[in-house]
Structures are given as C-alpha cells and as structure tokens.
Design a protein. Structure first.
Lengths: 316, 447
C-alpha cells in the first residue's frame, strides 16, 4: 500500500485587515452599538421631553396653538405670582417634613424588623402594603378618612366623647397641609423601611459581637456600626424619597386639588392645572421647569455625598 | 353635581352599539321608526361606513345616560353609523379635549363644559348649518346658548343643554329656623343662613376647588353685588367696591356654614345633604333625583325626597338675577374624518322625538337651550323640578359681561374667582389682599 498523498487544503493568502475588519473586532465600536438602544430610549423619552418642556417655558404656547419665543416672560410672571410662591413654599414644606418623617419612621421600622420576631416574613410583607396599593386608591381611602362629614376619625372621637364636632381635616389651611403630609408619609414609609432593612442585613454580625465584647451600649452600636454602614444606602433611598415627594401629584390631586384656596397646591399640581386645565402650556412648563433646580440640588447633595469616602466607608 | 368617585372608573368605556339595555328600551319606544324616517329625510347625510367616537362627561343620573344611549342606538340602527361613547369624569373632559385638539387625533366629538370649544375655536368644525336648522325648527336658541356656541359669528359648538345649579333645601329645616321659603334677596338669605346655624341645621356651599358647585355660587355672589371680573371689552375691572362687598357678604355667609366647606369638591354637598347633615346647599337637581331613586327602598330617602325642594338664587343689590348655570356644549373636531356623520348625530339628538324623551329621562338635571322644549312635561309633571326650566335664559355666561372665549375659560380653570372667595372665607387673606392676587392673575389672563 502506498500512502496516497492527500492534497493539502489550499490556504487563502493572508490579506491586509480592512478597516471593516478592524471595526468588527473593535470593542468600543461594538460597545457603542450595544448602548444605542438604551441611549435612544433615554433621548427619546427623557431628554427630548425635558428639552421640549424647557423650550416651551420660553414660549407663549397654548393648547391647540403653537407659541412664539417670549424669553423669560413666563418666569418673570410666575416668580411674582403669589400663588406660585405659595406653591414653592408648600412643596418645600411638604417635601421636608414628609421626608424627615418617612426617614425616621422607616429607619425605626427597619431596625425593628431586623430583629428576630415571630412571623417575621409575614410582618415584613404587611409593612409593604401601603406601598403596593395604587396611589390613587389610597388617596381615595384618605379622602374618606378626611371627609368633613363622614370621617371615621371624627366619628370615633365623637363616639368616645372626646369631641363634639367633626375635625375640619381638609378645609383648614394647616390641617389640610398636615393631612396630606400624613397620607404621604403613610404611603412612603414602606419603601424606606424595606430598603433600609435590606441594608441592615448586610451589616456583618461579627461587628456587633465584637462591640458587645467591648461593652458597647445599644446606642453606641447603632451610632458607630449600624449608622455608618447604612449611610450609602440612606443616601440613595433618601434621594429617591425626596424626588418622589417633591414631584408628588396624585395624592394632592385627589385629596384637595390644591385647596383650600391654594393651601396645599404643589408645584406639580400647579403646573398641571396651569398647562392642561388652564390651557397655558408655556406658563405651566415654566412652573415645572422651576422644579428642576430644586431636584438637581437634591441629586447633587447625594451624588457628591456618595463620592465621598467617608460616606462610602462610614468613616467619621 | 352628584356623587363622584374620583378616577376610580374614569376610563369606563361604553360601546354605544353594544348596549343591549338601550336596545331593549328602543323596542317599545318607537324611536327606531322615527329614526328610520328621519334618516331618509334629514338634511344631514353621514359618510359611507362612518363610525363616530364621542367623549362625554360621565353621567350623574343613570336614567339620563340610558336615555342618551337609547338615542345613540336608534341613530346607529337608522343610519348604520357606529357610535362609540367614551365616558370621562367631568373634570377630565377638558384636558382630554385639549390634548386631542393639540395633537389632532382622538375622538371625533367632545361633549364638555362651559366654554370648552372656545379654548381652541380654530379646531372646531363649523356647525352653523346644524344650529341654524335646529334654531329655526324649535323656536330659537336661548341667548346664552348663542354666546356659548358661537365664535366670530359662526357656530363652533352645539349647545346641547344646561345643568341648572339651584339652591337645594330641606323645607322642615328652614321652617325650624323660622322661614317659610328661601328669601328672594341676598340680605334675607344671609339671615336665613344665620338662623339655620343658630336654630336648625346649618347649610353650606363648596369652597374647595369644585368646578361646578363652587364656581356657581361664588360667581353668583360676585355678580349679585355688582362685581365683575371684566367689562364688555374684556378689560379687568375686578378691583371695585362691589367686589369687596361681595367678598364681605360671602365671608359673612361662610361664617355660618357647616364646618368643612373649604374642602368640599363637587360631591361633598350631595353626600352631606343625603345624610341630612346639612339643610341647604347649591347643586343641580340630582340630589332630588338620587333621593327619588332610593325612596322605594330606603325610608330615609323618601323622607328627604318629600321634604326637600329647590329655589332660584336670591337677587342681590344689582336688582336682577345673577345665576351661573353649567352649560354643556358639544363640538366636532376639525380632524374628524366623518364630520357629516357627526353633524347628523347632533341634529338627530336634538330633534323633538329624541330630545324630549332624553330630557324626561334626565329628570330636569338637563335644561334645554331651544324655546320649543319649554313645553316638555318634565317641567310641569313635578313642581319641584320646574325651577330648572329656564336655566338657559336665566344664566349669565362664563366671563360675565366679557367674552366667553378662552380667556374666560382660563380664568375658570385657574379658579381665580373661587380661590379669591375661598381665601377670604377661610381667613387666609384680607379682602383687599385677595382682590389684588386675583386681579393680577386676571390681568395676566386678559393681557
């Protein structure tokens, strides 16, 4: 037998790599294409509407009619408008008080839930309920709770003989403000509690053990272990909380529609009322654009805070 | 207004063609026969294979909606035009219509409030042919119907109906306060309100942002004292001694209101009245309709039905009625591909054979804009409802002396007058302070 010489496969001559070849294997180029869908989405649904909103605020656009560029006239008007000033005050007041209350109660609940309790999983699920209920639905529930005639709270107090008249929850300037804040806090606490709880569970138990051996008190353990390790998550959660509260709309719309006499008007509801109900899109856009500096401020605080080493690592 | 569950069911779509109940109602009503004959002879011929989408305010009285759907169904049977009816809560109609006008897409027809068509007159189909046809046939339009329906000499909307906003009161409760009927003048009315608080059950008007009831009473208070937002040329004239008097009067009234009025929206007074918690409020005749509907099952409702009555508004120092009833105009968007079908529907709806039945089914919640319908039995069959008969002739229009256009609509939507009254009545502002804030806003709107 003779070995038949098998014909060797003919190799293609090595050619110069084309620009296309290089591009095909270029990781940056590929990365660019992977990013395109996300970028397109962001530009189309976030950047464009935002830019459009800002542009509209410099025009006198009305519903059904394109407007003309009028410079900062809308801003001049809203800044001098006492209703707008009220709305800014209300928004800041609402955001500050509600955020502080939500944080305090949320942290307290998180720490409580972090302990070994009977039916722990169930209790944690129950805590989430206010967050799961659609906002409008919970707003309607509060609408009945705060009703001037049929309020369950007033009824109970009257039945117990502690009051003779109904509480004027939403008809009095300050009562109305506290009532909507209460509703907002009720709704916002679970988000903070559950997120902080998740953060608490990442704290290594060994740290507490070591602290116990060193004779640390409970307060010291919280102050020097829990709190520093929680700071990054607190920063994130509070940024979100402040943003959500600042831009709240549904609760106010259903509960008071900004009343009585503008006492609970927030910038978000004012923007909607002016632009959509009143038809003055330019002015409404100016009101909502005026929210941007405040929101940016809130984001900046947490952004720069998060960059800081001591925030990240909990150093003092 | 009647009880409204905000937003819960705001997107309840009702297909006109598929409404079996309405179809069943038709069988015995003879509506279909009329509809067929009408389709043959009417001057308005729908496009071939047309289908219409109408967005209307969500009904406050079930029988009114049933009546409406019955005529929708008859129209479809006679003309083959499919009609889709979308129901939205009253406050949501305007934003939806505005967005549709802005984007040139959406329902073909909108049925909304007050000066809705005047927010975007350029987007409304000219319906002069329909309105002139109806006006000629049915004894002429109420003057305010022309004001609401016309823009620059052309009809841009069909004034379908009014909703009379009147004083609802409990006879036994005002008698307990020492009155036999509602006083005819504002001074006497204040005395009644004081006596109700002191000796009987207090009454109250909405001071929250209630677009229907709230606007109705504060405009009455303003106009009855000679105050006005603007003059005939749309010049802002709010800052006047008359406005100050109106505010002082309203403050005195609100001091004897039942607590909580500052938070009332359009639904609160209905609930409170039906629970016998208040003796008097302003509303459409829908509370009575609700009591009547429940009277068979609930003795409490029967008691309210028997005891309650309606009254026109007291006349103030200006010496003539200054009522403010809701107007319900219907418009066809210019972008509609089937304007003729829409016009045919409008004309069909307003024909006596349909409109009379519908008016009856609405139990006086709707009042007519055409003179011929004065003869409708609903105005005489129940003396308690007669008060709503001439709403179209008694009411002033949005903007008062001024134009009814988009600026008046803007002022209403911004609650300029309502907030001015509310801020004085709740003690947030002094009278001059509240006037100054409102005046500045009005000047901006009417610039």
């Amino acid at each position: 037998m003779t070995d038949a010489a098998l014909p060797l496969p003919r190799r293609a001559p090595i050619r110069e790599a084309t620009a296309w070849d290089r591009l095909k294997t270029n990781r940056n180029w590929l990365g660019f294409w992977f990013m395109v869908p996300a970028a397109a989405f962001l530009i189309l649904f976030l950047a464009y509407p935002l830019g459009l909103g800002v542009w509209l605020s410099f025009t006198d656009t009305r519903i059904g009619r394109p407007g003309e560029f009028i410079g900062i006239e809308n801003y001049e008007w809203v800044l001098g408008d006492s209703k707008f000033q009220d709305a800014v005050f209300n928004t800041l007041f609402y955001t500050t008080i509600a955020s502080i209350a939500k944080f305090a109660i949320g942290l307290y609940l998180a720490i409580l839930l972090n302990h070994h309790l009977p039916f722990k999983a169930m209790i944690r699920a129950i805590v989430l309920i206010p967050f799961i209920v659609p906002t409008v639905l919970s707003a309607i529930a509060f609408w009945w709770i705060f009703d001037p005639t049929f309020s369950i709270v007033s009824w109970t107090l009257k039945e117990m003989g502690w009051r003779t008249t109904n509480i004027n929850f939403l008809g009095d300037t300050w009562n109305a403000r506290w009532s909507v804040i209460f509703a907002n806090v009720w709704r916002g606490v679970p988000f903070i509690a559950i997120t902080l709880l998740a953060g608490l569970q990442t704290v290594p138990p060994s740290l507490y053990e070591a602290a116990t051996l060193d004779g640390a008190t409970r307060w010291q353990m919280f102050r020097y272990i829990t709190y520093p390790l929680l700071t990054p998550i607190i920063a994130v959660v509070m940024t979100f909380s402040v943003l959500f509260t600042f831009t709240d709309f549904q609760l106010i719309k259903v509960l008071t529609n900004g009343g009585p006499a503008g006492a609970t008007e927030l910038m978000a509801t004012m923007s909607y009322n002016t632009a959509i109900l009143g038809g003055k899109i330019g002015e409404g856009a100016a009101v909502s654009t005026a929210m941007i500096p405040f929101l940016l401020g809130a984001i900046m605080i947490s952004w720069f805070g998060l960059q800081r080493r001591k925030w990240q690592q909990g150093e003092d | 207004m009647t009880i409204k569950t905000p937003s819960l069911d705001r997107r309840s779509f009702l297909s006109g063609t598929a409404t079996l109940g309405a179809g069943a109602m038709l069988a015995g009503s003879g509506l279909t026969d009329f509809a067929r004959a009408w389709a043959q002879s009417a001057p308005f011929k729908p496009e071939a294979n047309a289908s219409i989408q109408i967005l209307r305010w969500k009904r406050f009285i079930q029988s009114e909606e049933d009546g409406f759907m019955a005529l929708v169904s008859a129209f479809t049977k006679a003309t083959g035009v499919k009609v889709n009816v979308i129901n939205e809560s009253l406050d949501d109609v305007q934003p939806k219509a505005s967005v549709a006008a802005n984007t040139n897409q959406g329902p073909d027809m909108f049925w909304g409030l007050y000066s809705l068509p005047h927010l975007f007159p350029a987007k409304c189909t000219d319906v002069s042919d329909v309105c002139n046809y109806l006006g000629k046939k049915y004894g002429g339009w109420a003057p305010t119907a022309e004001t609401y329906g016309k823009s620059q000499g052309k009809w841009i909307a069909l004034p379908v109906a009014y909703n009379a906003n009147v004083i609802n009161y409990r006879q036994s409760m005002i008698e307990k306060a020492g009155f036999k009927s509602i006083p005819k003048d504002t001074a006497g009315f204040l005395e009644l309100m004081k006596a109700l608080k002191a000796k009987s059950v207090p009454g109250g008007f909405a001071l929250g942002r209630a677009s229907g009831d709230g606007n109705a009473w504060v405009h009455w208070a303003l106009w009855s004292h000679g105050g006005n937002t603007v003059d005939k040329n749309d010049k802002v004239i709010l800052n006047s001694p008359e406005t100050a008097k109106a505010l002082e009067y309203a403050k005195a009234l609100s001091d004897v209101f039942v607590p909580g009025c500052a938070s009332w929206n359009d639904a609160f007074n209905n609930k409170a009245f039906l629970a016998s918690e208040i003796s008097l409020s302003n509303n459409g005749v829908s509370i009575y309709a609700a009591a009547k509907a429940g009277a068979g099952k609930d003795p409490k409702m029967k008691e309210i039905m028997d005891d309650m009555n309606h009254s026109t508004w007291p006349v103030g120092p200006v010496g003539k009625p200054t009522e403010f009833h809701i107007a319900y105009p219907m418009l066809i968007m210019k972008y509609s591909k089937v304007p003729n079908a829409c016009k045919a529907f409008m004309a069909f709806m307003m024909e006596a054979e349909n409109y009379n039945k519908w008016l009856e089914s609405a139990v006086a919640y709707l009042s007519h804009p055409l003179k011929a319908y004065d003869a409708n039995p609903v105005w005489t069959s129940d003396p308690k409802l007669g008060v709503a008969k001439t709403a179209g002739w008694d009411t002033l229009t949005a903007g008062g002396q001024g134009s009814v256009g988009e600026r008046a609509a803007s002022a209403l939507a911004d609650f300029v007058v309502l907030d001015m009254f509310a801020s004085v009545c709740t003690g947030r502002e002094t009278v001059p302070g509240a006037i100054a804030v409102a005046e500045r806003q009005l000047k901006r709107i009417y610039r």
